[in-house]
Ligand binder design. Structure first.
Ligand code: GLP
Length: 241
């Protein structure tokens, strides 16, 4: 694991955007794995800026998002479809046919998930996967006591995650209890992984990710075994290391 500790959120976002931009510049048809949440917002802003300055061209890039709430339609403002469209995709020249986000409304969940995995394989696999991290060490929506072998699947959200994500909803009762998420196996098959974390609330999860025992109780701990992981942290998230 490569650890980069930077001064603050802005620097973390710029570093992450630089990694993505250089990936796309050297391989214009890169396959990017993307994440949602507050953490990557600054990275998306920085990438939009680089696009507007003609530094990076997304026209041949393919994307696969990590997860989507189960039961939310694409136009629901809390859905990750809405988030991606309004925080990134609508500001860059990506081809909408190249955008992939798990569908949270299919009835045939198993077929939907298998199809997602198939599409990732057909695209040649993910070149760079961006990850945030939950306070409980979840990556994507792979919650504690995870099955490391799982691929894209339906997950039940952990109480801690529901509480933490309630800030995006009017009330905690509105937070979906399930989601479709890439599995740990899917994530680990990416050629490169960058994990971003900022703020003191993530310090314990980061400590467990980097220094803890590899265990299904801390899903992110499995990243210790990946050959090409860069963790970009602000000073607060790195506090316990
Ligand atoms: C969400 C997402 C994760 C994200 C995490 C942290 O539940 N499913 O992909 O990394 O929580 O979110 P935030 O960046 O808002 O702290």
């Amino acid at each position: 694991m490569e650890l980069l500790v930077v001064k603050d959120y802005e620097e973390m976002s710029k570093k992450a955007a630089a990694i993505i931009a250089s990936q796309v510049i050297i391989k214009p048809n890169s396959v990017l794995g993307l994440a949602t949440g507050d953490t990557p917002l600054g990275m998306y802003k920085e990438l939009i800026k680089r696009y507007k300055e003609n530094e990076v061209d997304f026209s041949k890039v393919k994307t696969f998002n990590l997860d989507e709430y189960y039961g939310l339609t694409k136009d629901n403002i809390q859905s990750y479809h809405f988030y991606m469209m309004n925080n990134f995709f609508k500001f860059i020249n990506i081809d909408s046919n190249n955008v992939n986000i798990p569908n949270g409304t299919y009835n045939d969940i198993e077929e939907n998930c298998l199809n997602y995995e198939r599409k990732i394989k057909e695209s040649g696999g993910i070149d760079v996967q961006v990850l945030g991290i939950g306070v409980n060490g979840h990556i994507g929506f792979n919650e504690p006591n995870v099955n490391f072998e799982a691929q894209t699947h339906l997950v039940n959200l952990d109480e801690k995650t529901i509480k933490s994500n309630a800030r995006f909803f009017n009330s905690i009762d509105e937070v979906p209890k399930q989601a479709i998420s890439m599995g740990i196996k899917t994530i680990l098959q990416s050629r490169k992984i960058i994990l971003l974390a900022n703020g003191e609330a993530k310090a314990e999860a980061i400590y467990n990710t980097v220094k803890g025992k590899i265990s299904p109780e801390v899903p992110s701990s499995i990243l210790q075994l990946h050959q090409n992981v860069t963790i970009i942290l602000d000073e607060s998230a790195a506090k316990l290391l």
